[in-house]
Structure formats: C-alpha cells, structure tokens
Design a protein around this ligand. Structure first.
Ligand code: NAD
Length: 517
C-alpha cells in the first residue's frame, strides 16, 4: 500500500462568506472540520427552529411564483445549472475533498452525477409533466386529463458521505416540477451543499426558493417535516424510521434512501481478473462510505481461491492519501466516529477468529482517520461485521457451493439496496433472483447509479420509494384528475326511472367490461 502526503489549502475568506450567506441561521456558529488533517476548516451560521420556520415561509412564497413560471423556463435554469456544475468542477472537487476526505475520483462521481441528473430531468420533464389523456367513464362523452401539480415545499435531509450530490441531486427534479426546497445537510459537510445551492442560484434559481438550514437533525428535522409537503431523506435506516413516523403523523409522503449490506456474487464462469478489479471499485470507492458499496462477497467454490488471491492483492496495492489531487485510489474516512465503528467491526471479527487477507488497521501516519482497504475471510454470524452495515472499506469473502447457496445467503439480510453478480453467461438469471432494488451484472454499482433513466432505491430495510427514472420526479407531484362530461351526464336522465336506467347501464357495462382474449 503506497501513500500520498498532505497539502491542505485553506478556503478563501471571501468565498466562505459567500457560502455562509446562503444559510438561514441565527443560532450561533457551527464549526466544520476537515478530515484530511482533523483541523477546523470553516465556521458557518448555525440554525435554530425559528430559522427553519423562516426558511420554510420564504420557500413557500417563492414557490407560488416559481410554479407559475412556464416549464420551459424552469428547465432552462436547471439545464444551465447542470453545465455550471461541470464548469466549476475543479473548485467543487477541492471542496468535496477538503470537507469529506474522499479521493478525487470519488469526488468526481458527485459532480458528474448532479450534472447528468440536471440534464436528464430537464429533458424528461415535459413528457412527465404534460397533461395525460385518460380513458373516461363513458367513451366519447367523458373526457379526462391527468395533470401533475407540484407538492409545494419539499424538505431534503442529506448525509455527509456524498455531500454535494445527495444534497441537491434529488432536489433537481423537485425544482423542475415546480416545488420549493428547504435542505438540511449533515452538519459535518454543509459547505458542499452550500456550494451546490450557490451554483443553482448562479443559474437563475430564485434565492428564497432553495433554503438551507444547518444544525442537529434531531432538533431541526422534526420542525422541517412539520412544515413541508413531502420529505426526501437519505441516511441511516434508524433515522429513516423516525422520519417516516413524523411523515405518517402528518400524512405526507416521504422517500427514504437508507442503508445496505450489499452482496456481490462471483460465479465460477466469471473473468476473475475483471471481477477482482470491479470488486475493488465496488468495495472501496469513497473509502467504502457508500450506501451501495459491497460488504459481502460470495464466490462459487471453483473460483474462490483465484478470486480471493487476485482481490486481496489488488486491495493491498491501493494507494492511500489525503492530498488534493488524483493520485490516491482511496482517501480518508470522514470522521473519528467512522474510524471507531470500522475498527470495532474488524477487531471484533479478528478476535472471534476471522482472517485478514488485506489491510486490517488504521493508518494515522497518513491521516487521523485513514483506514486500510480490508478483506476478511472466515467471518461467522456471531461477528458484528457479518450482518450489520459497516459503512467503510471492509468486505467479507465467503466460499459457496453454487449459485443457489450464493443467492440464499445474499438474500439473508434485512437490507436490499444494491447487489452485483459477476459471470460470463449466468449473470442476469442470477441477478433476477436477488432481492435488491438494483442488481448489476459485471459491475459493482456505477452503471446502475449512472443509469438515471431507471429507478434506484432499496427494498426491505433499505428504503421507501425511488430516486431517478420517472418516479424520481413524479413523487414530487400530486396527480390531479380533471374530467369534462359532454352532452349527457352519468345520472339518470329526467323521466327515466332508476330501474330502467340501471337496466340500460347494465347492458352498456356488459359491453364495456367484455375482456378481449
Ligand atoms: P444519519 O441517518 O445519522 O444522518 C443522515 C441525516 O439525517 C443527517 O443530515 C442528520 O443530521 C439527519 N438526522 C439525524 N437524526 C435525525 C432525526 N432524528 N430527525 C431528522 N434528521 C435527522 O445517517 P449517517 O449515518 O450520517 O449516514 C450514513 C447512512 O446513510 C448509512 O446507513 C448509509 O447506508 C446511508 N446512506 C444511504 C444512501 C442511499 O441512497 N440509500 C446514500 C447515502 C447514505
């Protein structure tokens, strides 16, 4: 494992003031640390409950005007924003690395995702939002249109692991659909969220339409939920349940993208070298702090030894680093809490008899929260790492007899977010049997995530609802059915008895409900 050393610049004070001015916050200061060296990076305003109310009121007023603007204007602004994300690429990559600690390629995933998402929904929105003709109660006499009305103000609560992307990518379709947003990013990574909102404003988004509050989720979250019309949450399953309870009480919808313990299946006919290469991406991108990253690998017996050897060698050869730049294959974890949790999983597994094939220890010589990409073997169900999400660069290898056993074990989890299968010929058939919202064949997660046209999300404890695809936008709208009845109404006409009417209608219904073979 080679390393790259630290060269960490400070953020320019004028730039910081511009970002801080976006926050609705009057409850003091909030300090942001850089995980690259564990030292303070910036101070931004902290929000209290009254600030949440203020941001909500401003967003609601701005939304009423925004929803009246022609769709083509809203699309043009978001399309422009998509291009601006790319134009500001390098400064965004710096900020993501400074605030989150990930390697630059993982940071690039964020910038490319928001840009792609903006372009996709700007293109797709007219087809989704135009009024759709529906079949009427009585053909010809009843004309029906299904309209799509924006929900109003959407609350977004986002985590720290993809601090730019998860703060705004889900807001983009909501905005195009005519909604306002109030965002509460994770307190560890507010700067990336603010930089993203700054770009949306540069593209022409009205300032009040997208409010940002910063502070503890347990304090600001409920206040936010009680003032919005829909909640978009990304984070842990435990918090997702709390959010869904609040939304249930208010009878508003919520979309919750939650945790995972994602499996990868390597079948005996896989190209082993490609599978090992792909597994490194799937397990260690973003230092494994990725909801869709792989934490369990099931390998068919005939391929196990070759795969374990190739995979462990590749993991051991990764370059670790905390410098701003493209050199490192993996950056640092984002916090001391992450380092503690991940170390505890590995230490517990090793104490109970697991074998470390690669990595297995912290690297304070590189950065305060750096942990090596780690491959474990001999993991049993009594070990914490076996079933609980580690959310770090730690993966367990399991030898299985055949694809049936691999599928059974892959599905033996409360989670069902993402999965992968490596195989030359049997991949799709096996993929269809895995209980997960997305399953990639001969890829870990990037192809599924990057296919913005297809829905993405989890089953079981991994979530509710979907991002991406049609649902990724339609969930921010209320369908409204407007029906126009021509010539005759559906009620019995004057001077026709109810019984005669029912007899006539029965004949008509018999014709209408005749099902063609
Ligand atoms: P977390 O649930 O602790 O925090 C996420 C957000 O929720 C933060 O903004 C936090 O301030 C807020 N929050 C915390 N308690 C709250 C409360 N009571 N009410 C309202 N808001 C509250 O999540 P985390 O541990 O920081 O993030 C990692 C988790 O997120 C992992 O489980 C990971 O798998 C998951 N995740 C899922 C996806 C996905 O798309 N499925 C993406 C990224 C992360």
């Amino acid at each position: 494992m080679t390393t790259t050393s630290l060269a960490r610049p400070d953020i320019d004070s004028k730039r910081l003031a511009a970002l801080a001015s976006i926050v609705t916050g009057t409850a003091g200061d909030h300090q942001v640390l850089s995980p690259l060296d564990g030292r303070p990076l910036a101070t931004v305003p902290r929000s209290g409950p009254a600030d949440v109310d203020h941001a909500l009121a401003a967003a609601r007023t701005a939304q009423a005007e925004w929803a009246k603007r022609p769709l083509r204007e809203r699309r043009a602004i978001l399309r422009r924003a998509g291009r601006l994300f790319l134009a500001h690429r390098d400064e965004l990559l710096d900020l993501i690395q400074l605030e989150n600690g990930k390697n630059r390629l993982s940071a690039f995933e964020e910038v490319s995702d928001v840009s792609l998402t903006a372009a996709y929904y700007a293109r797709r929105a007219p087809g989704l939002l135009r009024p759709h003709r529906r079949r009427g109660a009585i053909p010809v006499l009843t004309s029906v249109r299904e309209h799509r009305v924006p929900k109003g103000v959407v609350g977004v609560i986002s985590p720290w692991n993809y601090p730019l992307m998860l703060a705004v990518a889900d807001a983009i379709p909501a905005l195009i659909a005519g909604n306002g947003i109030v965002l509460k990013p994770d307190s560890a990574t507010p700067l990336c969220a603010l930089a993203a909102v700054e770009i949306l404003r540069e593209a022409g988004l009205p300032a009040d339409l997208f409010g940002v509050v910063i502070g503890a989720g347990s304090e600001l979250g409920p206040r936010l939920i009680y003032g919005v019309d829909f909640m978009m949450f990304t984070g842990s399953t435990a918090t997702g349940r709390v959010i869904a309870e609040h939304c249930g009480r208010r009878l508003i919808g919520c979309s919750a993208e939650l945790g995972g313990k994602n499996p990868l299946i390597v079948l005996a006919d896989a190209d082993i070298d490609r599978a090992a290469h792909g597994a490194v991406q799937a397990c260690f991108s973003n230092s494994g702090q990725l909801c869709v990253s792989i934490e369990r690998i099931y390998v068919e017996d005939a391929a196990y030894d070759a795969f374990a050897d190739a995979f462990a060698r590749r993991a051991s050869a990764m370059t670790l680093g905390v410098a701003l730049g493209w050199e490192a294959d993996m950056g640092t974890l984002t916090s001391a809490a992450q380092l503690d949790g991940i170390s505890a999983h590995v230490d517990d597994a090793v104490a109970k008899g697991a074998t470390v094939l690669a990595g297995g220890k912290a690297r304070p010589d590189i950065g305060p929260f750096v942990y090596e990409p780690t491959v474990l073997e001999g993991v049993t169900d009594d070990m914490e790492v076996a079933r609980t999400e580690t959310f770090g660069p730690v993966v367990s290898l399991y030898r299985v007899a055949d694809a049936d056993e691999a599928v059974r074990l892959a599905n033996d989890s409360p989670y069902g977010l993402n999965a992968a299968v490596w195989s030359r010929r049997r991949g799709v058939g096996v993929a269809r049997r895995v209980a997960a919202g997305t399953v990639s064949v001969n890829e870990g997660y990037a192809a599924a995530w990057g296919s913005t046209d297809a829905p993405m999300g989890g089953v079981k404890d991994s979530g509710l609802g979907r991002r991406h695809g049609d649902e990724g936008l339609l969930k921010y709208t209320e369908p409204q059915t407007v029906v126009r009845q021509r010539i005759a109404s559906l009620a019995p006409p004057d001077r026709v008895s109810d019984e005669t009417y029912a007899r006539f209608m029965s004949r008509a219904l018999a014709l209408l409900t005749r099902v063609r073979p």
